[in-house]
Design a protein around this ligand. Structure first.
Ligand code: BGC
Length: 510
């Protein structure tokens, strides 16, 4: 008898331990009151209508038209999901899901075809007015990104984000947008993912404008971009917030860098500082400015290489103050995690000078980690938890909005892999919240399939599948759309929920 109960207790203990490992810790987990859910897209990735009604060329039009096969499947965003003509269906999908908000971006050259405020394109403004008004009709809040990578090509011809005048150009555009839409838009995102803009666009050739001016371009861009962001923040804060009472913040990409073993703790720390804290530190710390370790390393290498000054430009003390605190939320886009080590293999492997030579680390993802289409993203929910914990600790627990998180497939409606990814990542986020992280909202990338930058249409991130063969660009909900809908309806994460139908309904009472 005693033996039997001992065995029983043992089995119970083992199963509890097992549950810690698997995702069965919390079968049903409630979200806190007031927590908001959304989905996101970006103009170039979904709108199409690339030259309709007065819109002019941006850097993605330029890259895809002049070097089509820099894109994996040689495609472009000329038509994409044609949201320019399908906005009513897009809002219908938001209603089907029961979204609290929808994050989308404005196309600069659709609103300002000359790049400047001397000419405002009425047709472009009308499109965004229609979209915003249609959303508000159904109580779906617009969350608007001013800049999601589509700089006017004319400004690129003048150097783009490497030219300090971009601070004024961008601020003018922001002021126009606040004036046009600020009465109805209460969530503004200044810039999406500075790292991808600056490192991939200027320090490499893996995003437009593919300048590839290594070790210099990305740092010039970083300084100008942070100042441009801060200027838009201050304009909103001083001129528009008093009337409109909205909020304004930046979305930083942050993948997590984990030491491969104990001996690489410092190396991983430095990877995190270079990769994302280079943008977070100036805004969210009390000291401000670029992270000390980044400043030291780039200055040191620059001197060794014969430069007369650091390739990482300095901020003046006034600029440090101007940028500090210039974000109402920490907007985070997170997808995956890498392991970091450092040994002589990094020596001579990277171009000199370059960002990765300055950093001096290697990072990778083990083959056995589960992955999305084309290897991105690998499924590492504990990395999300660790990143959220680090942000909480390093920046005094800023209020956060997860502005992107999502999984890529090769298409098809039965996306159990996406469901599993989303559940695991949301669970990890709830763990961080239980420990005090002040996370206010969560956004799935993406509402629907879209032009996935260098991967074209070869990979799919949507809760809704887009049929690119059909002239209407028909949208069909995937299984994950039903999972997300149920999560929003019940305001809880339920590992066991399975949809028994693939037919969508609208339950918003309209
Ligand atoms: C970007 C999105 C992109 C997504 C998936 C993010 O870096 O903001 O535009 O589609 O990742 O790759």
């Amino acid at each position: 008898m005693i033996l039997k109960s001992l065995v029983g207790i043992l089995i119970l203990l083992i199963s509890l331990c097992e549950c810690k490992k698997a995702h069965c810790r919390h079968k049903v987990r409630k979200f806190p009151e007031g927590f908001l859910f959304g989905t996101s897209t970006a103009a170039y990735q979904v709108e199409g209508a690339w030259d309709a009604d007065g819109k002019t060329e941006n850097i993605w039009d330029h890259l895809t038209h002049n070097n089509p096969c820099m894109i994996m499947d040689c495609t472009n965003g000329d038509v994409a999901g044609d949201s320019y003509h399908n906005y009513k269906r897009d809002v219908e999908m938001m209603r089907e899901l029961g979204l609290d908000y929808y994050r989308f971006s404005l196309s600069w050259t659709r609103i300002l075809p000359t790049s400047f405020p001397d000419h405002i394109n009425e047709a472009g403004v009308q499109y965004y007015n229609n979209l915003i008004d249609e959303m508000l009709k159904y109580n779906i809040e617009p969350m608007v990104t001013l800049y999601h990578w589509d700089l006017p090509q004319r400004l690129q011809d003048l150097g783009g984000w490497a030219n300090p005048n971009v601070i004024e150009w961008y601020a003018d555009y922001a002021r126009v947008a606040f004036g046009l839409f600020g009465d109805r838009v209460k969530y503004w995102i200044t810039i999406n993912e500075p790292r991808e803009i600056c490192y991939q666009g200027y320090g490499a050739d893996t995003k437009a404008p593919a300048v590839n001016f290594k070790g210099v371009g990305e740092y010039l861009c970083a300084k100008n971009l942070l100042l441009a962001h801060a200027k838009a923040y201050h304009i909103y804060d001083e001129e528009f917030r008093p009337k409109y009472k909205g909020s304004i913040f930046i979305s930083l990409s942050g993948q997590f860098y984990e030491p491969e073993s104990e001996e690489y703790v410092q190396a991983a720390y430095e990877s995190n500082q270079f990769e994302w804290a280079i943008y977070a530190h100036p805004i969210f710390t009390e000291t401000g400015g670029f992270p000390p370790v980044v400043k030291d390393k780039v200055a040191h290498k620059s001197a060794e290489q014969g430069f007369f000054r650091s390739r990482l430009p300095e901020f003046t003390p006034e600029e440090v103050e101007y940028i500090k605190g210039s974000s109402d939320f920490y907007g985070l886009n997170h997808y995956t995690t890498y392991l970091v080590y450092r040994n002589e293999s990094a020596v001579g492997r990277y171009d000199v000078p370059s960002f990765y030579d300055d950093l001096g680390n290697e990072h990778y993802q083990p083959d056995e980690w589960e992955q999305g289409a084309n290897g991105f993203p690998k499924v590492v929910p504990w990395g999300f938890y660790k990143l959220l914990t680090q942000i909480r600790n390093d920046y005094n627990n800023p209020p956060m909005i997860i502005t992107e998180n999502g999984f890529s497939s090769f298409g098809g409606l039965n996306d159990d892999d996406r469901i599993s990814y989303l559940r695991q990542y949301i669970d990890a986020m709830l763990d961080a919240m239980d420990e005090g992280s002040d996370i206010r909202a969560y956004t799935v990338w993406s509402l629907m399939d879209n032009f996935e930058w260098m991967r074209g249409y070869s990979v799919r991130f949507g809760l809704y599948e887009v049929d690119y063969e059909s002239p209407e660009r028909t949208r069909t909900p995937r299984k994950s759309a039903f999972m997300y809908k149920e999560m929003l309806r019940t305001r809880s994460l339920d590992w066991h929920y399975e949809t028994d139908t693939m037919t969508m309904t609208i339950d918003d009472g309209h």
